[in-house]
Design a binder for this molecule. Structure first.
Ligand SMILES: [Fe+2]
Length: 307
């Protein structure tokens, strides 16, 4: 479908200091799902890493459609309960949640993270966004080189029902067809991933990967990972260098300091839609102080766009 972008009633307002794109609707009853095509959204993502759509009138069903139309396929956090075909309400506890790449310590990592604000909070509860492309530039040459030369390792135990659901979605197979042979298949297919069965209900997962990624939208490198993100719905992973040695405290301190300087606090307005390049921009959340806040989320893979 070709969309006549020349007649869009929108205003672009890049966020000073952070560069994320804020696009505001200037017309009543205008929906993101009707106005933007995939090429336009991907172009914005390549440019700024995250796009915030404000004052549009998409419903939850429209948001569901938006995710579907601009993705090759949709995935889920296995610990969450589905709420629509492609999206789920986010329930990640009340404590502050550190910056992370969505599913960054799992063997399959979505390209896109989507958010839709159904009810805004009266105060606090900001979602945090941090551009890993900028962070990579700001790290000291010594720390940057460390992460260029060494991989990191996430080690943790995950309940079998969660692993099973995750693999059923990723392999696009019915849940009851997933068994231990699929754990082996992932071990073979995904370099750095080792699943091991511990008992009927528990799987051990070891994930060796790079902390520095290449954005699938901009093609540029970014410090984008889940080093700082706690796993709200799971046992927190043990994070080390690939050989199991500790990452030095000085390195942790520098990562925390540099990411903190580049973290934007998004205070939600009702109806906001946010699209994040999950191979470049990390996200998190401040402490949840207003329980009436309602945010839906989705994760998906990008699709091919003809030039
Ligand atoms: Fe997340």
């Amino acid at each position: 479908m070709q969309i006549d972008t020349a007649h869009m009633q929108v205003q672009h307002r890049p966020l000073p200091r952070f560069g994320f794109e804020l696009i505001e609707s200037l017309e009543d009853a205008q929906k993101v799902v009707d106005v933007f095509d995939t090429a336009k959204i991907y172009e914005q993502l390549a440019h700024s890493g995250a796009v915030i759509f404000r004052h549009f009138t998409d419903t939850l069903d429209d948001f569901d459609q938006l995710v579907k139309v601009h993705s090759s396929h949709v995935t889920f956090d296995p610990a969450r309960k589905a709420s629509t075909e492609n999206t789920a309400e986010i329930d990640a506890g009340v404590f502050e949640m550190g910056l992370h790449r969505e599913n960054g310590n799992l063997p399959f990592i979505p390209d896109l993270q989507w958010f839709h604000c159904l009810e805004a909070a009266s105060s606090g509860c900001e979602t945090t966004l941090c551009d890993g492309q900028r962070v990579l530039h700001e790290l000291s040459p010594k720390v940057r080189m460390l992460f260029e030369q060494r991989k990191i390792k996430y080690t943790r135990r995950i309940p079998w029902p969660n692993v099973r659901r995750f693999l059923s979605i990723e392999f696009q197979l019915p849940l009851d067809e997933i068994d231990d042979s699929h754990l082996e298949l992932v071990n073979l297919r995904v370099p750095g991933q080792t699943y091991r069965r511990l008992d009927p209900f528990l799987i051990s997962s070891e994930r060796i990967t790079d902390a520095i990624t290449t954005s699938c939208f901009s093609g540029k490198r970014a410090f984008c990972n889940s080093l700082l993100g706690p796993s709200v719905n799971y046992e927190p992973p043990v994070i080390s260098w690939a050989d199991g040695t500790d990452i030095d405290l000085v390195v942790w301190d520098e990562i925390k300091e540099v990411t903190r300087r580049h973290t934007y606090d998004l205070f939600w307005s009702r109806g906001d839609i946010v699209v994040v390049d999950n191979s470049r921009v990390m996200h998190g959340r401040r402490e949840l102080t207003d329980p009436s806040r309602r945010i839906f989320g989705a994760q998906s893979y990008r699709k091919e766009v003809s030039a």
